[in-house]
Design a protein around this ligand. Structure first.
Ligand SMILES: [Zn+2]
Length: 338
């Protein structure tokens, strides 16, 4: 019969602790666990008024598919005697406080908080919005543990229609960070618009679909890898950017692919694969001879079926039989390379 020696036993313990340290990287940010229950969607996602739960998910789900929703809306479970939400909101993973705003009138997010995480070599941010309040001892830069209470659910927003008690939820995002020069770019691109949140404006955070991240890690368990998840996004379009130095390259170097020709001849620009939300998930350095046109941004190809499935970001538009970069696509590339 197998009887582990002391030292085999020590190895078993070590293996167990390695496995548990690779536990699921993202946790649900409230006690609402219906996400993982059969037919739990209605109890987990909050739709818009009179619409099904799908309108509380990520993507082209608002205004009959015309408007984009860059996060998921998670239903409240706990109420006080007046029906106000009281659910504690918890950190989805170990991280540090990147930003919080407690001036609800300055954003459609209302009071919101952003955490910075490092996972599988990727810098990723989680965002929690419509909060009643943020834990009052928190400071920017402070570390928090996965599952630690960081805020309380509320209904804050600056939109005219507000959020009704029965729709109380936390709006939750998982984002990549576009550019630390966002405030200067915003002043130039939108001189008449306010920006009260510096680089923590939602336009500077490109969302991944949190539902797909959570489902994928549930399926793959400890094999889940965020970098692979990002690399395996479906391509909406491919563009050439005539620029060799922009923040995304230094922030997300693991998304850059090798090109031996460019290593030999020098890099003149990058070929970017964008998903339907504009996340550049693959970057290939290109030589001068590999780039045809002279324009700073060039659209190389469009995946039409992906466009038809998720058209509302309007990064590309079809004029006659030709695809072009839309205004949103140009804005995104300008911000990316500013
Ligand atoms: Zn939302």
């Amino acid at each position: 019969m197998f009887k582990p020696s002391q030292w085999q036993f020590a190895l078993l313990l070590l293996a167990a602790s390695v496995t548990s340290s690779r536990a699921q990287p993202f946790r649900l940010p409230t006690a609402n666990g219906a996400f993982f229950e059969p037919d739990g969607e209605e109890r987990f996602f909050v739709g818009t008024i009179g619409k099904p739960w799908l309108t509380g998910t990520f993507g082209c789900v608002r205004s009959d598919g015309r408007k984009f929703h860059e996060g998921i809306d998670i239903r409240s479970l706990q109420r006080d005697s007046r029906g106000e939400p009281t659910d504690p909101v918890t950190a989805t993973a170990d991280g540090a406080i990147a930003y919080f705003s407690t001036h609800p009138s300055l954003s459609n997010y209302g009071n919101y908080l952003v955490l910075r995480h490092e996972l599988d070599g990727l810098e990723i941010y989680s965002l929690y919005a419509h909060l009643k309040n943020v834990r009052d001892d928190l400071k920017v830069g402070q570390n928090v543990k996965a599952g630690e209470v960081i805020a309380a659910m509320g209904r804050t927003t600056n939109t005219r229609e507000g959020i009704s008690k029965d729709r109380a939820h936390v709006h939750f995002e998982l984002d990549l960070f576009v550019n630390e020069h966002f405030p200067a770019w915003h002043r130039k691109a939108f001189p008449n618009q306010r920006n009260d949140h510096a680089e923590w404006n939602g336009q500077n955070l490109l969302g991944l679909d949190p539902r797909l991240v959570l489902l994928e890690q549930h399926k793959q368990g400890t094999n889940f890898n965020l970098l692979n998840f990002v690399r395996n996004q479906t391509e909406l379009c491919r563009v050439i950017v005539r620029d060799t130095q922009f923040p995304w390259l230094t922030r997300y170097p693991s998304l850059i692919e090798r090109n031996p020709a460019a290593e030999k001849e020098g890099v003149a620009g990058y070929e970017l694969s964008l998903n339907y939300n504009g996340v550049p998930f693959r970057l290939v350095p290109r030589t001068a001879s590999e780039i045809r046109g002279k324009a700073k941004y060039q659209l190389l190809s469009v995946n039409e079926s992906e466009y038809r499935a998720h058209p509302c970001r309007r990064l590309v538009v079809k004029r006659g039989s030709r695809w072009e970069l839309g205004q949103n696509g140009n804005h995104l590339l300008e911000l990316l390379t500013y």
